[in-house]
Write a protein that binds this ligand. Structure first.
Ligand code: CDP
Length: 231
């Protein structure tokens, strides 16, 4: 069967990465979480003191971009690839609310996007890739054979992310997660460079009231139909 490119876009905390990981495992494709790359660049800028709640020194971050090395390393125990920033495993740190609060401002910077999009396109050059993010079907892989756009209500998304963070022991409130989800939705969809928009040829899926199993079965069928259609 022919290998295709699968682009999964959507608003924050829609469960894109869960679907993308499941699909990649089932099809033996490579899974790439493009958001992890924006998060890792944000963590770097935080560590260097270039950004914080009140500081946004984007010029320093831009001139440091060549020093930022991002690599995904597959962890067979977990079944997915973890993010390494300059040789350090940052998979856990990049998921914190502190990073979530700053990442959308970093993702607005065109120089950052250019660097990451180039690396993402390289990772998908041989197809057989499932990548999730905000601009995958519109900018990174405009020719992807399958484009999915996932959505759910802001309340449901915030509740899912809240439970995830509580489970790993973070001290967060539902209210601050809900605010962060809405804040990122706004910045991501109104920024000038590569805003989050639905590609004309994307299939929209609202998973507010779907179980994980229903969602997977539904999307897996769509995927197999597409692979058969192009093979
Ligand atoms: O929290 P969630 O898993 O939904 O987000 P993420 O996929 O980890 O992405 C974090 C942030 O990175 C987003 O809110 C966007 O600001 C940015 N991003 C982007 O601009 N373009 C992408 N392709 C992926 C993420």
């Amino acid at each position: 069967m022919k290998k295709i490119t699968i682009a999964i876009d959507g608003f924050s905390s829609t469960g894109k990465s869960t679907i993308a990981k499941q699909l990649a495992n089932k099809l033996h494709y490579v899974y790439v979480d493009s958001g992890a790359m924006y998060r890792a660049v944000t963590l770097y800028a935080m560590q260097q003191g270039f950004i914080s709640k009140n500081v946004f020194n984007f010029d320093k971050l831009i001139s440091d971009l060549p020093k930022i090395n991002l690599i995904f390393k597959f962890n067979s125990a977990l079944g997915f690839a973890e993010m390494y920033l300059n040789g350090m495993n940052v998979e856990n740190e990049i998921r914190s609310l502190e990073v979530s609060k700053l990442v959308s401002k970093v993702a607005e910077i065109s120089e950052v996007r250019r660097k990451l999009v180039e690396q993402q396109q390289q990772m998908g050059i041989h197809k057989g890739v499932v990548m999730d993010g905000r601009d995958i079907g519109t900018v990174v892989f405009p020719n992807a054979e399958l484009k999915l756009f996932i959505n759910a209500s802001a309340e449901k998304r915030a509740q899912r992310r809240f439970e995830e963070l509580i489970k790993r022991g973070d001290k967060v409130t539902f209210d601050e997660i809900f605010k962060n989800v809405q804040y990122r939705d706004h910045i991501d969809s109104t920024r000038e460079d590569s805003p989050l928009i639905i590609a004309d040829d994307a299939i929209e899926i609202d998973n507010s009231d779907m179980t994980l199993e229903e969602q997977f079965n539904n999307i897996y069928k769509i995927t197999l139909d597409k692979i058969n259609e192009v093979s």
